[in-house]
Design a protein around this ligand. Structure first.
Ligand SMILES: C[S@@+](CC[C@H](N)C(=O)[O-])C[C@H]1O[C@@H](n2cnc3c(N)ncnc32)[C@H](O)[C@@H]1O
Length: 287
C-alpha cells in the first residue's frame, strides 16, 4: 500500500543528491532476500547479482557492517539484513560520496545532516521493528533512515519539516522505485511539523525521532500504541541523550512510561526539533 502526500519529479533530486551510475535492480525486492555475511567477497558478488549495485560501495558497506556488529550497533539478524540491503550512497550528496560509509553524520544541505550509520543502526535496533508493524519517523532528512526501516516492515510513515528537502527526498524515493527498489513503496512521506505526529495514520507500534528536543512530545506519546516503543534524542541543544521510551499500560488502563538510555549516558548531539508557524520554520519546540 502506498500513500503519498505529494509527488514530484526526480529532477531536483538528481541535482543535489547522489545517483551512483548503476543500473536497475536485476531482482525485485522480496522478504526472502538474504545477503550472505560470511565474507565481503560473497556479499559483494551476491549484491551485484541481485541488486545491481556498485561493488565499491558494497565493499564499503560490508566493512562498515562488520564494525557495527563488533560495536553492538546492530542487535539482531533483521537489523543486520536491513543495514546490508540499504544503499546509503543513494542518500548522500554527491560531494560526500567518498564518505558515505564513514562513521560520521554528513551534511545533506539546508543546515541538516544524515545521521551516522552507527547511530542509525543502534537507534533502529532499540525499537525492535517486526514485519507488519507501523512505524513513524520524525525527520525524514536524506531518506536513509526510512529506507532502512522499509527492510524491517512494510508500513513506514515519515515527516520532514523543511519543504524543499521533503520534496527532494520524495524524488529520491520515486527515482529508486523506478529503478526497481520496490520496497520503498512502503514509505509514506509528508511535509509537516512532526511534533504533532501523523494522526490519520496513528496509532503506531514504534516511533523514531531523529531530531533533538528537551522533552517527549505529548502528541507522539499519545499516538504510540500501549506497549509501543519510541526512541528519541532528549536534552538541551546539542547535548541529547538517546532515550528508549516504552509506553506501558496496566490492566486498569493506567499509562506509565519507562525510559532507558541506549548509550548508557553518552551525549549524542542532534539537529534541533524545529517548529512550524504557518509555513515558516520559527525556533524550536524546546520549553
Ligand atoms: C539528523 S537529520 C535527518 C536524519 C534522517 N533521519 C536521515 O536518515 O537522513 C534530522 C531531520 O529532522 C528534521 N526536523 C527537525 N524538526 C522537525 C520537525 N518538527 N518535524 C519534522 N522534521 C523535523 C530536520 O529538518 C532534519 O532533516
Amino acid at each position: 500500500m502506498k500513500r503519498r502526500t505529494f509527488l514530484i519529479g526526480a529532477a531536483s533530486a538528481c541535482l543535489e543528491a547522489s545517483l551512483p551510475a548503476f543500473a536497475d535492480t536485476p531482482q525485485a525486492y522480496s522478504w526472502d532476500l538474504s545477503p550472505p555475511t560470511d565474507s565481503r567477497e560473497a556479499f559483494v558478488k551476491w549484491a551485484v547479482k541481485t541488486r545491481g549495485e556498485d561493488p565499491k560501495y558494497l565493499a564499503e558497506r560490508f566493512d562498515r557492517y562488520r564494525i557495527l556488529v563488533a560495536n553492538r550497533d546492530l542487535w539482531n539478524d533483521a537489523n543486520k539484513r536491513a543495514f546490508l540491503l540499504t544503499p546509503r550512497e543513494e542518500f548522500c550528496l554527491k560531494r560526500n560520496l567518498g564518505r558515505a560509509y564513514d562513521n560520521a553524520f554528513l551534511d545533506i544541505g539546508y543546515g541538516v545532516t544524515i545521521s551516522g550509520p552507527h547511530v542509525v543502526g543502534r537507534m533502529t535496533s532499540s525499537i525492535d521493528v517486526k514485519k507488519g508493524e507501523k512505524v513513524l519517523e520524525i525527520g525524514t532528512g536524506s531518506g536513509y533512515q526510512s529506507a532502512y526501516l522499509s527492510h524491517l516492515t512494510d508500513k513506514v510513515w515519515t515527516i520532514e519539516i523543511i519543504k524543499p528537502l521533503a520534496e527532494r527526498t520524495r524524488g529520491v524515493y520515486d527515482d529508486l522505485i523506478k529503478r526497481g527498489y520496490n520496497e520503498f513503496n512502503a514509505i509514506s512521506t509528508k511535509n509537516a511539523d512532526g511534533y504533532f505526529g501523523w494522526q490519520e495514520a496513528a496509532p503506531f507500534d514504534k516511533i523514531i525521532v531523529t531530531c533533538g528536543i528537551d522533552h517527549i512530545p505529548p502528541p507522539l506519546l499519545q499516538q504510540l500504541k500501549p506497549n509501543g516503543i519510541m526512541v528519541i534524542p532528549v536534552g538541551p541543544p546539542g547535548a541529547q541523550h538517546i532515550l528508549k521510551v516504552v509506553k506501558q499500560q496496566a490492566s486498569d488502563g493506567t499509562i506509565t512510561v519507562a525510559r532507558s538510555d541506549i548509550y548508557n549516558g553518552r551525549i549524542v548531539p542532534f539537529v534541533p526539533f524545529t517548529k512550524l508557524e504557518g509555513d515558516k520554520i520559527v525556533g524550536t519546540h524546546n520549553k
